[in-house]
Design a protein. Structure first.
Length: 169
């Protein structure tokens, strides 16, 4: 089946399930795919943005002589703070499906089929997906608050199922 058809089926199924839930009947579950989803929390980028805003504003207001903040100054500060809030509430995730892995990268959601994965690397607090092409995807306990121990177990099962090499350090 094509992916667009699968998306239509999932969309219609969610509508039907919402209506059935409102009516108090049981929900339909047809051909649902079992996947493991690990969510994290992005804390470093918002902290760095807020520190930048504080540094920028104190530098402008104290060091630069005769500086009077105008509307553009306050708009710039508020936009940086808004970006920090957006990055904080936009949770990063890592999904392990039947024959793919998926994650939210900086430019959007990316999906790698099992055939497009060269290997996996596990370190204490880090899980790295090494694709055939492109940069490796690194998921960190410290940076994004992932449960890397549980991720390591699930990724090992995925790698064993699809004969993908993995190394532990």
């Amino acid at each position: 089946m094509s992916r667009s058809w699968e998306r239509k089926v999932r969309k219609n199924m969610s509508k039907v399930n919402k209506d059935r839930k409102k009516n108090g009947t049981s929900q339909l579950v047809l051909n649902t795919e079992k996947n493991d989803k690990f969510t994290g929390r992005n804390i470093m980028a918002p902290i760095l943005l807020v520190v930048f805003v504080l540094f920028f504003s104190t530098f402008q207001l104290t060091v630069v002589p005769d500086y009077k903040p105008n509307a553009m100054f306050w708009v710039t500060l508020s936009l940086y703070i808004g970006l920090a809030v957006l990055l904080y509430y936009r949770k990063p995730y890592f999904t392990i499906g039947k024959d793919y892995v998926q994650s939210r990268r900086f430019r959007g959601d990316k999906r790698l089929a099992a055939t497009a994965i060269k290997g996996f690397r596990f370190q204490n607090g880090y899980v790295t997906v090494i694709p055939q092409k492109g940069a490796p995807w690194t998921f960190s306990r410290m940076l994004n608050r992932y449960d890397t121990n549980e991720m390591t177990q699930k990724v090992k099962v995925f790698a064993g199922t699809h004969n993908i090499t993995f190394e532990e350090k």
